[in-house]
Design a protein around this ligand. Structure first.
Ligand SMILES: C[S@@+](CC[C@H](N)C(=O)[O-])C[C@H]1O[C@@H](n2cnc3c(N)ncnc32)[C@H](O)[C@@H]1O
Length: 317
């Protein structure tokens, strides 16, 4: 994190780095200054952060509209899915990885903590999936060890789920899937799997989000749910958006997109630009877009993440 702003603005990270690698876990920082402690308190106050960060996204005028009973059921189901997975981190895969799946050793350890019922971005994604009567057609850009992907995989049935990451599919996740077809060892590539217990088709695309060849693997598909959570950099997020538009990947009958970690001001401005583009291209209204704060993949063990949502499915209004 930058030390220049009390609100935790951070500079762009290199490819492969994520917010997880640059955000401090609670309980750390012996010897931190009073100013650092003050910043940490401010960052943990979603209301202050919401106000401050919202100023950069004037076109996001909606808010999530979710039925509490339905959300509670989704949260409970997701915690059960997480509890049933086993260890997220495979030591050998970590050694062979390019960027440790975006996890520092502290973060890798934090993945093992059971999380509370505080609503996470995974719960929001699963709720959004439940807003559509169509089968889920889901794209996750940046899968890491698969913690969020696993929750989606267990929340939907008969769907098509595509993961994309510069890392190979995490072996503990791969071992829960039946291999249908593998393209070989080259990158970029797309391998096909099936998740039998939920009848979900799964594709895992290995490669760099900046590689047009990776995106070409998605040609002809339509997604009604997208999660952008790879390289949290304004250029990367805009590049992804351009590929989504150019390849016409959105299901125009209804879609929801969530962007995680809109931590820096430039990346929030890119989100605002995307809302403007969405309005022009797909007739979206600003009330169908929102900036909010939600817990992330380690739940209450880190400050709430600023996330952007665009939904034409009644999920934001
Ligand atoms: C924050 S993690 C994803 C977490 C996951 N979505 C979840 O919630 O469980 C970010 C992932 O993006 C991947 N990533 C970062 N830069 C990338 C790039 N340029 N191309 C493809 N993947 C990238 C990292 O390898 C890492 O696994």
């Amino acid at each position: 994190m930058s030390t220049s702003s009390p609100t935790g603005e951070s500079p762009p990270r290199p490819i492969g780095a994520t917010s997880a690698t640059s955000t401090r876990l609670p309980g750390k920082g012996a010897g931190t200054t009073t100013l650092e402690r003050f910043k940490a308190v401010v960052r943990r106050n979603p209301k202050i952060m919401q106000f401050y960060r919202g100023l950069d996204v004037p076109l996001a005028r909606g808010r999530v509209s979710a039925d509490p009973t339905r959300m509670d059921a989704i949260v409970a189901a997701n915690r059960a899915s997480l509890a049933g997975f086993g260890p997220w981190v495979d030591a050998e895969a970590m050694r062979q990885s390019r960027y440790s799946y975006g996890l520092s050793p502290d973060w890798a350890a934090a993945m093992a903590h059971a999380i509370s019922a505080t609503v996470t971005y995974s719960d929001l994604l699963c709720y959004a999936a439940s807003c559509s009567s169509a089968k889920a057609s889901y794209l996750e850009i940046g899968v890491s060890v698969g913690k969020n992907f696993w929750q989606l995989l267990n929340a939907v049935s008969g769907g098509a789920l595509v993961g994309m990451d510069i890392e190979e599919i995490n072996p503990p996740l791969r071992d829960k899937l039946a291999l249908v077809a593998a393209e070989g060892a080259m990158v970029p590539r797309l391998d096909r799997f099936h998740y039998v217990s939920r009848s979900n088709d799964v594709c895992y695309c290995t490669g760099d989000v900046f590689d047009p060849g990776l995106w070409d693997r998605l040609r002809g598909r339509k997604f009604n749910l997208i999660f952008s959570d790879a390289f949290h950099d304004p250029a990367a997020v805009m590049y992804e958006w351009r590929r989504i538009v150019e390849l016409d990947l959105l299901d125009r009958s209804g879609f929801t997109i969530i962007w995680d970690d809109l931590v820096s001001r430039p990346i929030r401005r890119v989100f605002n630009d995307i809302i403007a583009d969405c309005t022009a291209r797909y007739g979206l209204t600003p009330r169908q877009a929102c900036l909010m704060h939600a817990a992330g993949w380690v739940g209450e063990f880190e400050p709430a993440h600023p996330i952007g949502i665009i939904s034409t499915q009644g999920f934001v209004g």
